[in-house]
Structure formats: structure tokens, C-alpha cells
Write a protein that binds this ligand. Structure first.
Ligand SMILES: [Zn+2]
Length: 151
């Protein structure tokens, strides 16, 4: 198991070549350090580990079963290309997408559409509120004028 903290740069420096290179170099360094732990352990005769329930278990080898992280980062971390970043199954061995209507796949395309729709809805709400306030002020002005004229 291994994890490393994100390296944050000032927003205006994020795209600088030095920053990108540093990020890549540090990621490689951290990966090598994590892998070295596995490699070092697997060169020994293993060890006896006490599990949470108190059971003693002989661990002869340590293997990486899966890497879990967010989608774009997962591909960068495991260098799997188009294969699955969790189980390394190659793309040609993927199952077919679920039959229509059973499950909505998240793709960059439909996520972008969803974001666009919510931005449009926000714009529409602003316009509606503006129009509503304008009408409300007009009505209040009219009512006040009628009340003041009659008194
Ligand atoms: Zn997979």
C-alpha cells in the first residue's frame, strides 16, 4: 500500500515546463519508492503479520492487486495506457457497454453536457429573478399609487 501527497503550485505556475517536469519526476520517484518496498520485502523470506482479529498469518510475498485513484490520475500513475487502470485488463478484453437504459455510463461528453445544462439553468434563473423583481417593483409602485390617490 502506498500513497503520496499532491504537489501544489501557484495557479499561474501550474503549466510551466519546470513545474510539469517536477511533478512527473516526483511521481516517478514516489512510485519507485513504493515499488522498492515491495521488492525489498519479496527478497526476504516473508514475515508473520498479526491481523486485526489477532490471527497470525505468514505473509510470504507482497503483490499489488490494484491501484485505486481518480480517473485521469490513475492512468498517469499506473502507465496502463488504454487498459483498465485498476485491473490492467486490455481494452479489447473489456465487456460490452451495458444495454441501453440499464446504466448511464459517465463519459467526458455527457459530463460536459450536464455542466453546460446547469450553467444554462443558472443563467435562466438569473434572468427570471431579474424579470420577477422588475414586475414586483412595478406592481408595488402601482398599488402604492392607487392607495395614495384614494386616501
Ligand atoms: Zn478493471
Amino acid at each position: 500500500m502506498g500513497a503520496f501527497p499532491p504537489i501544489s503550485f501557484a495557479p499561474r505556475n501550474v503549466k510551466l515546463k519546470r513545474a510539469v517536469d517536477f511533478s512527473k519526476a516526483s511521481r516517478l520517484y514516489f512510485h519507485a519508492a513504493i515499488y522498492k518496498c515491495y521488492d525489498d520485502f519479496n527478497r526476504t523470506n516473508g514475515t508473520v503479520v498479526t491481523l486485526q482479529n489477532g490471527t497470525q498469518m505468514n505473509m510470504a510475498k507482497a503483490i499489488i492487486l490494484a491501484i485505486f485513484c481518480d480517473h485521469p490520475a490513475a492512468i498517469k500513475c499506473c502507465l496502463c495506457g488504454s487498459a483498465c487502470p485498476q485491473c490492467f485488463t486490455s481494452k479489447r478484453d473489456f465487456a460490452t457497454p451495458p444495454v441501453g437504459g440499464t446504466m448511464l455510463m459517465r463519459t467526458p461528453g455527457n459530463v460536459a453536457v450536464k455542466k453546460q445544462v446547469s450553467a444554462l439553468m443558472y443563467g435562466l434563473m438569473c434572468v427570471l429573478i431579474y424579470v420577477w423583481m422588475y414586475v414586483l417593483i412595478y406592481v408595488i409602485k402601482y398599488v402604492l399609487m392607487c392607495v395614495l390617490m384614494n386616501s
